[in-house]
Design a protein around this ligand. Sequence first.
Ligand code: C2E
Ligand code: MG
Ligand code: MG
Ligand code: MG
Length: 287
Amino acid sequence: TAKKKEQEPVCFCTNEMMNYIKRKYQIVEILKECVEKNSFEVYFQPIFDIHTATYRKAEALLRLPDNPLGFVSPEEFIPIAEENGLIAPITYQVLEKTCIFIKELMKETIDFVGVSVNFSVIQFMQENVEQKVLHIIDQYHIPYDLIKIEITESMLATNYDAIMQFMSNMTKHGIQFLLDDFGTGYSNISYVLKVPFHTVKIDKSLVWQAMKDKKAAILVRKMAEAFKEVGLHVLAEGIETQEHIDFMKSCGCDYLQGYYYSRPLPKQKALDTIIHNEVANKIKKLQ
Ligand code: C2E
Ligand code: MG
Ligand code: MG
Ligand code: MG
């Protein structure tokens, strides 16, 4: 077999690397084209409010339009956008589409409290992020408090001062912040204390682990309780089953987000889901 190994083509690894580089390059090209044409799709995932049993919030999630590579996950293309200086224009486009979505919701007389947009830390290396964000929201005449910003826990370490500055300025305008993916990074409690977050989003991996593992369940429960006690709101991600709902409710969670309620939906479907749910709730109350 030693001999056979020798005969194996040396380019096996190279091929893989070539494919990797090629794919990355193709993704960069797709992203550049989307930025130029403003052709990204933004999906919205309704978020369930336990206290009112309504969908009063949603999260904006970026999707590529039809392209030769087929489905490419944001988990793959967001880091590529970050590496290639494309994340700032992308975020502004997501924010704009979110404003258009909110504008449509505002036409209905529903009690909607906002949509969150994911921000990348790379963005904060740039100047004028605040002015740009406020300018976009102003253009659509959206009340600031209907826009929320999600920042991933692991990103806080990278650009702490700039983010703190940004957050305190935005908070003054009534824009709330959500700490995303809590439990996947360093789970640094000091950030939760120092940074003015409104809501902590417990990552789906923690929610799922709590179902399989008693210790994890205890930790998630205690964490959620502690966040509530210090005045934070708690959202659980990755809610897929009744079991997840029961457990996270018992932990005192305020919001639930997951496929059980709804997948991320294209704009019109998300509008229909949120509006229909609101109408159904009003009828229920009248009965
Ligand atoms: P995230 O911000 O933590 O978003 C939640 C992710 O969990 C979304 O994946 C959503 O589709 C998925 N999800 C929601 N409920 C469930 C569930 O019940 N089960 C499962 N298995 N998954 C669920 P998505 O849309 O693929 O996005 C992945 C990540 O990409 C996001 O994680 C976020 O970090 C990043 N991302 C997406 N859109 C943007 C964007 O506009 N800007 C930036 N900077 N990052 C974005
Ligand atoms: Mg998020
Ligand atoms: Mg998350
Ligand atoms: Mg995530």
